[in-house]
Design a protein around this ligand. Structure first.
Ligand code: PLP
Length: 459
C-alpha cells in the first residue's frame, strides 16, 4: 500500500472532518495536502495546486515564509508557554497588543487574545454584554447580525452566523439574535432600486427592528465589512454610514468582524478603513499570523475599555480568558507577521496587484454562466446563474459552484464554492501577476468545462 493510500485509509477510519459530508469522506477519503511553497501547495503524489483561497482565507504570506518559521523557533526555544491570567504576561504578547492597537482603526485602544476567530467573536459578544451591564443596562443582550453572515461556529458565534448549514441539527441559534437582510444588491435590491435607496431601505429595516424589539434589549450589531464565507458580498455604497447613524442613536455597539478583511485583504489595513466603519469592538484572526499558528484577538475602543475596567473593579476580576490566549509562540509569529506586513509594504503590494486581479475577476462577467462578478482588494467571486437576464439560479442539486471548483482543481487551482452558487477567490496576498493569470486562466477553463458538460447533458 502506498503512503498516500495508507494515510487516506487511516483518515477514512479515524477522522471526523469539519464542514464535510461525513459518509462521503468515510467512503472517498480526504484530499491530503503535504507541502507548500509560495502560493502553491502539493498533494501526496506531488501534484501542485495554486491555492486560490489562501487555505481558509488566511495564509496571506503564502506557504513557505521562513521568517515566520524562525520567529516560532526562537520563541519556542526561549519560552514555549506562559499565560496572561492574573497579571502575568510575556514579551511577544505585550509587543503584539501594542502593535495591533497602533495599526487598528482610530478609537481602538486595547487588545485581548483568543485562539481563533470564533473565540474572538464569542468574546466580543461577552464584552458587549459586560459593557452594558457595567453601565446599568443589563437588559441589553440581543444581538443583530445579517443573513448569510459568517462569524464562526462556537455557541454564540455560530448563532450569529446567518447560514442554515451552521445552525441545522445543532439547535442554533441559542443566544438572542435577529438576522437582517443581506446587503447584496444583486439579489436583494428591488427592480430599479438604486444602491443608495437599497442602503436606505436596509437602514430603515434596522431602525424598525430596533423599534420592534426595544433599544433597551439590544446589545450590539455585528458585521463583516465584506461578507466572506456567505458569498463574498460587498455592501452597497453608503450602507455602513447609514447603519452606524442608526446604531449610535440607540446606544447599540458596532462589532466589526475583521477575521477575513483585516490586514490588507480589501486593499487597506482593515475592511473598516475601506468602508469607513468606526467599530466599538473588533475581531481579528486568520491573517493576523498568516495562519502559521492559531491566534485571534478581540479589540475594544477606549469607551468600551473604560466600562470593562469599572465593572471588573466592582466584581474583583475580569472573569474571562483562555489558557492559550496570547500563547507566546503564536504571539511571536503574529508579531513577525505584522513586521513583515510593514517591512514588505503589504498594503502597497495589494494596492498594486488588486487592479489586475479585479480586471481578471470582471472579465469573467462575460462568461455565459456568470450572473455577477465582484471583488475588492484581493478578494472576489463569481455568482453563477442558469439565465443571466433573469438571474435564475441553477437547481440546488446541480451543485454548480462545486462543479466549477472541482473542474478548477483539475486545472491545478484551488477555489471554493460558497453559498448562493458562488465561487470565491482569496489568494495569498503575495500573489504576483503571472500567478493571478494562472488562477483566472484555470477558472475560465473550468467554467468552459462545466458549460460544455451542461450543453452535452441537454442534447
Ligand atoms: C468573518 C469570520 N469571522 C469568524 C470566523 C471564525 O473563525 P475560526 O474559523 O477561526 O473560528 C470566520 C471563519 O471563516 C470568518 O470568516
Amino acid at each position: 500500500m502506498s503512503t498516500q493510500s495508507a494515510l487516506a485509509q487511516s483518515d477514512k477510519q479515524y477522522s471526523l472532518h469539519p464542514y464535510t459530508p461525513l459518509k462521503a469522506n468515510r467512503e472517498q477519503g480526504p484530499f491530503v495536502i503535504s507541502r507548500g511553497d509560495g502560493v502553491y501547495v502539493y498533494d501526496e503524489s506531488g501534484d501542485r495546486y495554486l491555492e486560490g483561497m489562501a487555505g481558509l482565507w488566511c495564509t496571506s504570506l503564502g506557504f513557505s515564509e521562513q521568517r515566520l518559521v524562525n520567529a516560532a523557533t526562537r520563541q519556542m526555544q526561549a519560552l514555549p508557554y506562559s499565560h496572561l491570567f492574573a497579571h502575568r504576561s510575556t514579551p511577544p504578547a505585550i509587543e503584539l497588543a501594542e502593535q495591533l492597537v497602533q495599526l487598528a482603526p482610530k478609537g481602538i485602544e486595547r487588545a485581548f487574545f483568543t485562539n481563533s476567530g470564533s473565540e474572538a467573536v464569542d468574546t466580543a459578544v461577552k464584552f458587549a454584554w459586560y459593557y452594558h451591564e457595567a453601565r446599568g443596562k443589563p437588559t441589553k443582550k440581543t444581538m443583530l447580525a445579517r443573513h448569510r453572515a459568517y462569524h464562526g461556529v462556537t455557541i454564540a458565534a455560530g448563532s450569529l452566523t446567518g447560514l442554515p448549514y451552521a445552525h441545522d441539527g445543532f439547535g442554533l441559534p441559542v443566544i438572542r439574535v435577529e438576522h437582517l437582510t443581506t446587503p447584496h444588491a444583486y439579489r436583494e435590491a428591488h427592480p430599479g432600486e438604486s444602491n443608495d435607496s437599497f442602503a436606505t431601505r436596509l437602514s430603515n429595516e434596522l431602525e424598525a427592528t430596533i423599534t420592534r424589539l426595544g433599544a433597551d434589549t439590544i446589545a450590539a450589531f455585528i458585521a463583516e465589512p465584506v461578507m466572506g464565507a456567505g458569498g463574498v458580498l460587498l455592501p452597497p455604497e453608503g450602507y455602513f454610514a447609514k447603519v452606524q447613524a442608526v446604531l449610535a442613536k440607540h446606544d447599540i455597539l458596532f462589532i466589526a468582524d475583521e477575521v477575513i478583511c483585516g490586514f490588507a485583504r480589501t486593499g487597506n489595513w482593515w475592511g473598516s478603513d475601506t468602508y469607513d466603519i468606526q467599530p466599538d469592538i473588533m475581531t481579528s484572526a486568520k491573517q493576523l499570523s498568516s495562519a502559521y499558528l492559531p491566534i485571534g484577538a478581540t479589540l475594544v475602543s477606549g469607551g468600551v475599555y473604560d466600562a470593562l475596567e469599572e465593572q471588573s473593579t466592582r466584581l474583583g476580576t475580569f472573569g474571562t480568558g483562555f489558557t492559550y490566549g496570547g500563547h507566546p509562540v503564536a504571539a511571536a509569529v503574529a508579531l513577525e507577521t505584522l513586521n513583515i506586513y510593514e517591512s514588505d509594504g503589504i498594503v502597497d503590494q495589494v494596492k498594486a496587484s488588486s487592479p489586475h486581479f479585479l480586471e481578471r475577476v470582471q472579465a469573467l462577467q462575460n462568461h455565459p454562466l456568470v450572473g455577477q462578478a465582484r471583488g475588492v482588494g484581493l478578494i472576489g467571486a463569481i455568482e453563477l446563474v442558469a439565465d443571466k437576464e433573469c438571474k435564475t439560479p441553477f437547481p440546488a442539486e446541480h451543485k454548480i459552484a462545486a462543479a466549477v471548483a472541482n473542474a478548477a482543481k483539475e486545472h491545478g487551482v484551488i477555489v471554493r464554492p460558497v453559498p448562493g452558487d458562488t465561487v470565491a477567490f482569496c489568494p495569498p496576498l503575495i500573489i504576483n501577476e503571472n500567478e493571478i493569470d494562472q488562477l483566472f486562466d484555470a477558472v475560465t477553463e473550468a467554467l468552459n468545462d462545466v458549460s460544455s458538460g451542461i450543453a452535452k447533458a441537454s442534447t
